[in-house]
Design a protein around this ligand. Structure first.
Ligand code: ZN
Length: 316
């Protein structure tokens, strides 16, 4: 259902293989990540963040990013992105032919220093160097500036909206193609999301391309809805809601992919996703992550009986 050209669309970008796995202790073998990619692609996912080009000693879980990315690039129609913390990571992403690279920036100065060991403005300067390197290389890899802790942070507390908006604009001025806003630690509420996204979209329009919410305090889906009301149609999410943040104690993972896809479909938006296939993939991933805490609700109750057939096997 919901696949005619008139149907409004929404994109659920899978970030489980990066944001999800990076805070999980159980190392997932490359073969399982590739199985995950194949199954996610078969279930209709067309945008996937596959890993991170950080030094392997910092994140052994993502040490195989180049290999996982190489496989992702073989899947037809898949937009494969990677996280890159600096110019060196960006150079690897471009060499490997990633479709896009996400450069994280923390709007909270304290979180930025703790997490990235740079001030936010130093990250902006790095994005300018990344853009210069891309232009020099003639690379097609898109640069996305990911503004994190946009709704507050566990270390600093309040993060001023004006500072978030200033840094978002600065990233674009430095050469980022687009930006996203992220509630890294799960402090956002729907009213605040609506307010900040409205201001941000008034400033940069569709170059604010993605909303990234964690479900730490149970408001992830409500926050997605609030962002959608301001015109956002791309959302980051993790299968099984895995993940967290090393600087956010008790943080649960991102918004759960299958729950978000269910909500969007029920709202009449076409996601191109096959929900029973996503639920089946969730069970496989769960089997690889024994002892890890997973999240989400759709898997517990299942699809409403009358909806199960129509939510399956849509054309991609
Ligand atoms: Zn995140």
């Amino acid at each position: 259902m919901l696949s005619t050209t008139d149907t409004p669309r929404a994109i659920v970008r899978e970030v489980g293989l990066r944001d999800g796995l990076q805070s999980i202790a159980t190392i997932v073998p490359t073969a399982h990540k590739i199985e995950w990619l194949d199954a996610a692609h078969a279930a209709g996912q067309r945008e996937i963040e596959v890993g991170s080009f950080v030094p392997a000693r910092h994140l052994p879980q993502l040490a195989d990013t180049a290999e996982v990315l190489a496989h992702a690039l073989t899947l037809p129609g898949l937009v494969a992105s990677v996280l890159v913390p600096n110019l060196r990571g960006a150079e690897r992403a471009m060499e490997c032919g990633a479709h896009s690279m996400i450069v994280p920036l923390s709007a909270s100065h304290a979180h930025s220093l703790a997490n990235l060991r740079k001030t936010p403005d130093e990250v902006v300067a790095e994005v300018a160097r990344i853009r210069a390197a891309r232009d020099a290389a003639g690379s097609q890899t898109l640069i996305e500036g990911g503004v994190g802790t946009a709704f507050g942070c566990t270390i600093q507390g309040e993060v001023a909206e004006e500072e978030v908006l200033r840094l978002m604009q600065a990233l674009l001025d430095a050469g980022a193609d687009r930006v996203s806003l992220a509630d890294t630690v799960g402090y956002a509420d729907p009213a605040g999301v609506r307010r900040l996204f409205e201001k941000a979209r008034a400033l940069v329009g569709d170059r604010l391309a993605t909303a990234h919410f964690h479900d730490t305090r149970g408001m992830g889906l409500a926050n997605c809805y609030a962002a959608w009301q301001t015109g956002i149609t791309r959302f980051d999410a993790c299968l099984a809601g895995i993940g967290g943040c090393p600087h956010a104690p008790g943080a649960s993972g991102n918004v759960t992919t299958e729950d978000l896809a269910f909500m969007l479909e029920r709202m009449g938006l076409a996601t191109g996703l096959d929900l029973p296939a996503l639920l089946a993939l969730r069970r496989r991933v769960e089997g690889w992550l024994a002892g890890e805490r997973l999240h989400g609700t759709l898997w517990q109750a299942g699809l409403p009986r009358h909806a199960a057939a129509s939510l399956a096997a849509q054309p991609a």
